[in-house]
Design a protein around this ligand. Structure first.
Ligand SMILES: [Zn+2]
Length: 332
């Protein structure tokens, strides 16, 4: 394990829960609308949350999981709960834990869609991650060849399937360079724009823009936020995410005044970890810190980030995180 990661884990494992880490809400079911179902994959595939909406004629899936093995579990579970089949899947943003299930769904004849902007970014992200992650996750069906979702267009609109109509909002850069957010009867499905009690997967986004996205989501006045990692909650999750991003930006700003970049990033990570000692998936944090460092350094936007150290940190975290247990999505 890399020394920086060891240090991070030690910080994570050694601290207690701060008062403001308490949860306001615990599950998609708690909000009382049983038409919304949540499936969370095991630690092995980053505890990725994805959802279904139950309509009179079937299900709409929101996101497709990183591993097809997890996706199949999700669909079996949804069928068990609702007795219904999937009519449509929607991908929220160009991260592998959102789009990787596309190939399998399409092979089952299920349509998968996303925005034109998100679709255009998927090939580059797949090319970056698949050489590293395919070997690690081949037994779980990690897609070697890329199958893209279809585009539903390049502007916000309504989509209908399974007897339901949802609003799809197209947003600019956040944790990714482009996002789709789904709004349905007070529910917002946001992917990794919000992670509850967890760090999230950052892939060429921007913190300053991300904060604007959270403002835009707040303006929609949602009752429920369904995040990409962690539990469903109310609008307070937007505030918690904004506070997290400001903490990251401040930690970087404080450490940028020192001389050593390498040591400074580790110290910035420690600052964030002290504030969020119980956040899960700490292996996601270095990527975000490095990107924020580059952004502050340039004083401008930058999506051009070093790739190798990011890859190794994430891949290592996937197998050596603090709570790795054999998951049901390890095999086909
Ligand atoms: Zn994610």
């Amino acid at each position: 394990m890399r020394p920086a990661l060891c240090a991070l884990l030690a910080v994570f494992l050694g601290c207690s829960t701060p008062q403001d880490a308490r949860r306001y809400s615990h599950s998609a079911e708690e909000q009382g609308d049983l038409r919304v179902g949540q499936f969370t994959s095991s630690d092995w595939s980053f505890e990725t949350s994805s959802f279904w909406l139950e309509g009179p004629e079937g299900l709409i899936l929101i996101d497709t999981q990183m591993l097809p093995s997890a996706l199949r579990k999700k669909i079996r579970f949804a069928k068990q709960v609702t007795g219904k089949d999937v009519e449509l899947a929607i991908v929220l943003h160009p991260n592998p834990d959102r789009f990787n299930g596309t190939e399998w769904l399409r092979s089952e004849g299920i349509p998968v869609v996303t925005s034109e902007q998100v679709r255009d970014l998927i090939a580059g992200v797949h090319e970056k991650w698949s050489p590293l992650l395919f070997e690690r996750y081949r037994m779980s069906g990690y897609p070697r060849t890329l199958v893209l979702p279809d585009s539903f267009g390049s502007s916000s609109r309504e989509l209908s399937a399974a007897g339901l109509t949802v609003k799809v909002h197209l947003l600019g850069a956040g944790c990714s360079p482009a996002h789709v957010v789904i709004e349905w009867e007070g529910h917002l499905f946001v992917g990794d724009l919000v992670a509850q009690g967890s760090h999230g997967w950052f892939e060429n986004g921007r913190i300053d823009e991300w904060l604007l996205r959270l403002d835009e989501l707040r303006a929609l006045q949602p009752k429920w936020i369904h995040p990409g990692h962690g539990f469903t909650g109310g609008p307070e999750l937007l505030d918690q995410q904004a506070e997290y991003l400001r903490t990251v930006a401040e930690a970087v700003a404080a450490e940028r005044q020192g001389p050593s970049t390498q040591g400074a990033l580790a110290r910035a990570a420690e600052r964030v970890s002290r504030r969020y000692p119980d956040h899960r998936a700490p292996f996601f944090l270095p990527t975000l810190l490095r990107a924020e460092w580059m952004r502050q350094l340039s004083g401008l936007a930058t999506g051009l980030l070093p790739v190798a150290p990011i890859s190794s940190s994430l891949a290592e975290g996937a197998v050596s995180g603090p709570n790795v247990v054999p998951g049901g999505d390890r095999t086909r």
